[in-house]
Design a protein around this ligand. Structure first.
Ligand SMILES: [Zn+2]
Ligand SMILES: [Zn+2]
Length: 192
């Protein structure tokens, strides 16, 4: 299994996931359709690793160590090329390491080390469209009959059906501007 491959590769560069400070890691495939690649849920924080982080004027209680981590890889990711799946798994594994629950300096330090030593390309955000293209997965297009565009900020979206009083009834949610409605045939890529 790919997770074990990642584990062994990490072991070969001196990152031992069986180390007691890391806690137990489980991995599963997320069933819901969503945009993100994966996530890592931390459970059972270790009380002695508690610290307080100041962001601006606010203080947040954080923990460096957890007893349990559950990595979830999104279902759509599993159809991508193996190297992209492994990148995603590696990204989430880093979140299980001490002080790595966000994408801060410690996270970056591990990501750079793994990229350099093992030839990975772990970054903060993936490019979903590019990854689908690279994996030869066709991007489906959906047909719409109306394009609605804000005449002030340019924000636009598509609809299949539209009430004729739409532009009188509604204003742009981003800037409060008026909408212009265009009728025609519009295609939008369905990879979101
Ligand atoms: Zn992340
Ligand atoms: Zn607007």
């Amino acid at each position: 299994m790919l997770f074990n491959e990642c584990k062994n590769e990490l072991d070969s560069i001196g990152i031992d996931l069986n180390n007691k400070s890391i806690g137990e890691i489980t991995i599963s495939i997320g069933k819901r359709a969503c945009k993100r690649y994966g996530c890592c849920k931390q459970q059972n924080p270790i009380k002695s690793s508690r610290y307080v982080e100041k962001i601006g004027r606010k203080r947040y209680v954080k923990y460096a160590l957890f007893e349990k981590h559950n990595i979830e890889i999104s279902k759509w990711v599993m159809q991508l090329n193996t190297d992209i799946i492994k990148n995603t798994i590696m990204h989430e594994i880093i979140h299980c390491l001490p002080n790595c629950s966000n994408h801060g300096n410690e996270f970056k330090k591990y990501a750079n080390y793994i990229n350099y030593k093992l030839g990975y390309d772990i970054s903060r955000l993936g490019d979903k469209k590019q990854d689908l293209i690279d994996s030869n997965i066709p991007i489906e297009k959906e047909k719409f009959n109306y394009k609605i565009e804000c005449s002030r900020c340019g924000y636009s979206f598509y609809r299949k059906r539209l009430n004729c009083s739409f532009s009188n009834k509604y204003r742009c949610g981003k800037c409060g501007g008026r909408f212009s409605v265009y009728q025609g045939t519009f295609y939008q890529e369905q990879y979101m």
